[in-house]
Structure formats: structure tokens, C-alpha cells
Design a protein around this ligand. Structure first.
Ligand SMILES: [Zn+2]
Length: 236
């Protein structure tokens, strides 16, 4: 063992006295230092299998609203669960690595499904700028980085912007009201999207109102096809 890696190991051991390295799902410390979520959690997260299911509950949310070629969520959002902990760690505890890991899992599912082929670009659902500034990052960008590692498709974050603040608990009717006075999202660089098959991503889908509003804005750029994928599906 080199002196450097000994020193690194010592620093790691010393660091964990104050900042223990724990699994973002179950809180176990039985985890390698370069892992964010333990193998047990990854193996037991409640997968939906929606990527292979035409007419799945995610796709139904958009029926008659916006033209979506295929949509999926990787996991069921279940309360007081390891998946809730991991999503919470990504969104509120700056655990970006957990988001990358979950994004990769979503990416593998999309890659193995023949319903999500020929995607050109990944567009993460934009946050309202002040919100992104206070959080330090957009969790959808982090998830998209994990998807990108697997699908080898570029992530575009500056083509669409969120121009109105709506909190994550916003109900569909409130977004509908915003839509009456103007769009929640705005196309910044439509030329980047024109003719492309777009995968729109986010962390959790509930009513799909924000994704629908953003998808509607993206479609104004005369894109090819629109796909939607989120990490989790929270049934209402
Ligand atoms: Zn775990």
C-alpha cells in the first residue's frame, strides 16, 4: 500500500468519525466509500417495469394533453421507504451521487426497453432559477447526468427555462391557472430542439402537471418525438 493511499484511507477513516458515509436509502454504513446507495437497497427498490408497458399509468397522465411517444417511471414512490430516503437525500441533503446512481438505474431500464430508442437529447425539467440557486443544483440535471452515462446522449439544460415559480406540491388546477395568464416555461433556444427526439426527465411525477406544461413548451420547437421519464411515480 502506498503512502498516499494509506494517507487517503486514514483521512477517510478520520472523516467518517465526523461525517459517517452512509447509504442514502437505508442509512447502513456497510457501504464502500465510492458508493452512495448500498447493493441491498438497489436490489430492493420497488421497480415499476413501466418502460416495457404501453399505456402504463405515466403515459395515461398525458393522454389527450400532449403527444408523448413513451413515458415511464423507474420506481414506485412508497412512503417511509428506502426509495423515499434516497430521493430525499438527492433533493434536500445535497447527495448528488445518490441521484447519479438512481439516474443510471433509470438509464439501464430505458436502454433495455425497445420503446425508448432513437432519443437524441435529454432535457431535465428546469427549476425556477432562484430555487436552483438556493438548492445549489437542479436534481433533474443530476438524474439526467446518470442517464447520460448509460445512454451516451447529450443533456441540454439551456433550451427551456422556468419563468414562473410553482412549488413541488402544486396541484394541476394551479398550473392550469398559470397557463391562462402565460406559460410556466419558456423556450430559450428552440433551434437546439428542432427536429430532435427529446427525453424530458424529472425526479418524481405525481399529477404530471409540470412535465405536461414543460412538454407543451418543448413541442413548440417543432421537435421530432417527446419521451418522458422520471425516477419515481407517486400515485395520488
Ligand atoms: Zn442501503
Amino acid at each position: 500500500m502506498s503512502g498516499l493511499s494509506q494517507a487517503t484511507d486514514w483521512l477517510h477513516a478520520f472523516g467518517t468519525l465526523f461525517y459517517p458515509h452512509l447509504c442514502a436509502g437505508c442509512g447502513s454504513n456497510n457501504i464502500a466509500r465510492d458508493e452512495a446507495i448500498c447493493h441491498h437497497c438497489i436490489a430492493h427498490f420497488p421497480v415499476t417495469g413501466f418502460e416495457n408497458q404501453s399505456g402504463n399509468p405515466i403515459e395515461k397522465l398525458f393522454w389527450g394533453r400532449i403527444p408523448v411517444t413513451a413515458a415511464s417511471s423507474q420506481f414506485y414512490f412508497t412512503r417511509s421507504s428506502t426509495i423515499q430516503n434516497a430521493l430525499h437525500a438527492l433533493k434536500y441533503k445535497s447527495n448528488q451521487e445518490a441521484g447519479i446512481v438512481m439516474g443510471r438505474l433509470l438509464g439501464y431500464s430505458l436502454k433495455l426497453s425497445n420503446r425508448f430508442s432513437n432519443i437524441d437529447l435529454i432535457v431535465p425539467l428546469p427549476l425556477y432559477p432562484q430555487k436552483e440557486k438556493s438548492r445549489g443544483y437542479n436534481q433533474a440535471n443530476i438524474i439526467s447526468a446518470g442517464i447520460q452515462e448509460v445512454l451516451k446522449i447529450p443533456v441540454i439544460t439551456d433550451a427551456v427555462a422556468r419563468i414562473r415559480y410553482t412549488d413541488s406540491q402544486t396541484h394541476k388546477n394551479r398550473i392550469e391557472r398559470w397557463k391562462n395568464v402565460g406559460d410556466v416555461f419558456s423556450l430559450q433556444k428552440p433551434a437546439l430542439l428542432k427536429g430532435k427526439n427529446i427525453l424530458l426527465t424529472d425526479d418524481v411525477i405525481t399529477t404530471g402537471a409540470s412535465l405536461e406544461a414543460c412538454g407543451e413548451t418543448i413541442c413548440k420547437a417543432e421537435i421530432g418525438a417527446l419521451f418522458i421519464a422520471t425516477l419515481a411515480f407517486a400515485d395520488q
